[in-house]
Design a protein around this ligand. Structure first.
Ligand code: FAQ
Length: 311
């Protein structure tokens, strides 16, 4: 019986049909989706913190409005993704619990500090740039709720990427100090942005199975190469230098060759030892604890409404 269900499932995947919440799915498919979608949701929520740091210090009203809108979008993406994840039979409380206890990961990139205003430009340009490259293929992922969430998320990420690039372009065209600030931000965010796309394919434990299930449509290395090929000409255009002496256009492969990524640094950050891991996690745990009275009040109000209805 279960074998034939599995066969039907495999055939549906082969036909590029979407799998919906009430459809039969292998337990491992469900689990790995909970893992990836929840980590994605946590990343959106933790990702608000480095940028939130600059909302009150944005250099103009226009910049402040755009940054506020971007950070709000990220909250929306997080909530959207948590909802998609809940359709797989896990509760919001369990998901938060996994984040707060360090059981669930979130993207390594958000464990780096935002030291100057140019970092806001670099995050939009590079981090959202990498996020789009990773997420566009996810619009055709096999799990329906995740695929549909990605369509809207990608549209908003595109605005985020452009606001970041425009900040960098403005700084690069500005005073020598401003240009230097932009270059410094690029120097610090370049390598972590490449790491963000995940370990190399040979080290990636989940890629093979996730590609078979069409959860992932491209491998980590394919996405990384695409990101580099897209971003290097953008840096050239605004007169900034990508901090990689080995970076070179390869006429034969029609791709950029690039230098060695420091994977030790990546795994240190993933294991909780990055520059801001503790700060990020404690900000989330505190927000949860301090919000308890709001949740309690909302529940008490809902109960009262329900009682009134019964009467
Ligand atoms: N950080 O076998 P793989 C955003 C873990 S959203 C931390 O290759 P997989 C928006 C991985 O979980 C950014 N951990 O894993 C925004 C696994 O550990 P596990 C987030 C990482 O899943 C912009 C282990 O390493 N985007 O930026 C990372 O096949 C600006 C082995 O790795 C998504 O989550 C990492 N970077 O591939 C917000 C997109 N990479 O779980 C604010 C959806 C890997 O077994 C401001 N996710 N690990 O304990 C994906 O596409 C995939 O999950 C990958 C990883 C590509 C991230």
């Amino acid at each position: 019986q279960s074998r034939s269900l599995e066969e039907i499932f495999e055939q549906r995947i082969a036909r590029d049909e979407k799998i919906e919440p009430k459809d039969w799915m292998p337990e491992k498919y469900r689990k790995t989706h909970i893992r990836q979608i929840s980590q994605h949701a946590h990343s959106e929520i933790v990702g608000m913190l480095p940028e939130g740091n600059w909302i009150s210090r944005a250099p103009s009203l226009r910049r402040k409005v755009a940054l506020l809108a971007k950070v709000q979008d990220e909250a929306g993406h997080g909530l959207y993704l948590y909802s998609a994840c809940e359709t797989l039979g896990i509760s919001r409380e369990e998901l938060y619990e996994q984040l707060h206890t360090g059981k669930a990961k979130y993207s390594s990139i958000f464990n780096y500090p935002t030291l100057t205003w140019a970092d806001i430009g670099a995050i939009g340009w590079l981090v959202d740039g990498a996020a789009i490259i990773n997420q566009v293929p996810l619009c055709s992922t096999s799990y329906g709720p995740y695929a549909r969430a990605m369509i809207r998320v990608c549209k908003e990420e595109s605005f985020h990427q452009r606001q970041g690039f425009e900040i960098m372009m403005t700084l690069a065209k500005g005073t020598p100090e401003q240009k230097e600030m932009a270059q410094d931000a690029l120097n610090r965010w370049w390598w972590p942005s490449l790491m963000m796309l995940g370990p190399t394919d040979s080290e990636s434990v989940h890629t093979e199975q996730s590609m078979k299930w069409k959860l992932k449509r491209k491998t980590n290395d394919e996405l990384r190469q695409q990101f580099i090929d897209q971003t290097v000409p953008q840096a050239d255009l605004i007169g900034l230098t990508v901090p990689d002496p080995d970076l070179k256009w390869n006429e034969e492969t029609k791709h950029y060759d690039f230098g060695e990524i420091d994977w030790d640094e990546f795994w240190q950050v993933v294991k909780g030892h990055g520059p801001c891991n503790q700060e990020r996690l404690s900000a989330r745990v505190n927000a949860w604890n301090e919000g308890e009275w709001v949740r309690d009040a909302a529940m008490a109000y809902a109960d009262k409404q329900q009682e009134n209805k019964i009467k």
